[in-house]
Design a binder for this molecule. Sequence first.
Ligand code: ACM
Ligand code: ZN
Length: 637
Amino acid sequence: MIFKGSKLLICCLLVLAGLPVSAQESNQSQQSHLIPLPVLVQPGLGKFQITSKTSIVLSPEDAAHAGIADFLAQRLRLPTGFAIPVQYRRTKNHDIRFSLNKVPQQNLGTEGYTLQVSPKGILISANQPKGWFYAMQTLSQLLPPHVESSVKINTISWSVPCIKIEDCPRFEWRGLMLDVSRHFFSKDFIKAYIDQMVKYKFNTLHLHLTDDHGWRMEIKGLPELTKVGAWRVPREGFWKDFEKPQAGEANTYGGFYTANDMREIIDYASQRFLTIVPEIDVPAHSMALIASYPNLSCKQLQYTVNPGLAWSAEQENVLCAGNDSVFLSLDKIFTEIALIFPGKYIHIGGDEAVKTFWARCPKCQQRMRDEHLSNTEELQSYFIKRVAKIIESKGKKLIGWDEILEGGLAADATVMSWRGMDGGLQAAKAGHKVIMSPWQNAYLDLYQSDPVMENNMGAVCRLSSCYQFEPVPEGTDPKYILGAQGILWTEHVPNERQAQYMTWPRAMALAEVFWSAKTQRNWNGFINRLEWHLPRLDTANVKYSRGFYDPLITAVKTNTGELKVKLATEIEGLDIYYTFDDTHPDNYYPRYTGQLLTLPKGAHSIRVITYRAGKPMGREINLPLKYLANRVERSAN
Ligand code: ACM
Ligand code: ZN
């Protein structure tokens, strides 16, 4: 990884040397709409034409890395219909050539690359094959959106604009988390999710494999986990309003990954330079584990896997901290997890443990006396430190949510900060590595448009909030910030298309935050480029949200107590049309001019829609006026 400072220095030196340089949006070529924005972009004149004669060329000594050249060949073959052979020779003309730097180029680090496109050919060079892989993603983005097609398209000119790019990431950890517990997602879906992630240069997929609602990983020697823990009663409707399991009702909803399934996913990911990080969430969020092995909770009652009920004190989803069987079972689980997952990190959760069960449990109380622990926070810390020893004994490193700070952090633990940035700040101050995932900027399960347009999700994290995310807060030493991650919980994500819809385009905003230099960030520029990517998602059949086109509706309270409506948009260049008369507004309705709107007598809703150049862009939002009182953003005279 190269820190921002060194990138800036390189940019400055190039400017001083009089070379054309562009780390900035304004200098970007008309033809390049790259996400994430590379460090240096130097547009050239002309183009390189991919034709039926184009080959991909490697030096014979780089044959071990031919898999990356094959990826590119496959990506080009489908839409172009050209043969695109991969060859081992030294000629340079009219080819796409991959080369490894004989002398490593320091500023590129392990993931960086240079990509040079001239009318005569394309040259991709990097210190390591990872760099080739990311160059290939950039090259795909320089081609027309039809490159995403899985069928041949005859009508397209496959040209790449001449350009020189030098690029490397800001952060080493560029992740997304997918919760496969609340809803089970198939192996094929995960592979497709990885395909989409790597296009935007993510390198980590954290799988939340266990929770109250399903255990998803086969563990040798603990067969009940997948016989019992992976299944629950089927329910549809609103999560938390679901009906309790009825007597005799069959647990038909769920699924799990066998060890072989997971090895297949890991292999698929590692060919694409992406690490799968497993999470086994303990001591809380453990109802599926407890339903499988009831002796592991404090009360040792027989529970069912939770189908999505509102949390209540009856749901004992916390493992007993006073029972050594818990740690023996966790040893078995983490032994297997460490064998299957080759990455260096294992995530052990550690979040949201309700301590009331421990406070009333004789075994937990005994443990506190034996270990001289003065409160249940210290018992949580004892639990995590004991799990940390298990993890270390398997040669792995522990990551936990920021609650693992409470009662004392285990040595060498890495903190994933989700309740805001503070946990991460504290951990970094104490010399621990941190991954920043504050819910306000990085939780992809939250509303991305007006709450009346989305599933029931509790809070808002719009595209602009993702884009404004700054993982290194003022005063923090960046060397402790390993990186950052977007988080997709799936309580309200009942199917795979919805998982895509919740992820994109917010993950593109995060991708730019995680890869590009902070100084390059420019919201209007990002939206321009994003709009150019939407046809790519369409062509790749990836569902995404157009919520950033939807209008924003808030209220202002006057000093006489009257509520007035304020309309706005998240992006520039949209016109807003509205009505209070319960008909569907179009661009011949009243246009919002920035003046607060007075509610007409008797009106009970406002309908609002955005347009650009005579075309509807956002969805029509129909907001009952009774909700306005909850949207007061300020008082005005
Ligand atoms: C979390 O959202 N409970 C990590
Ligand atoms: Zn207990």
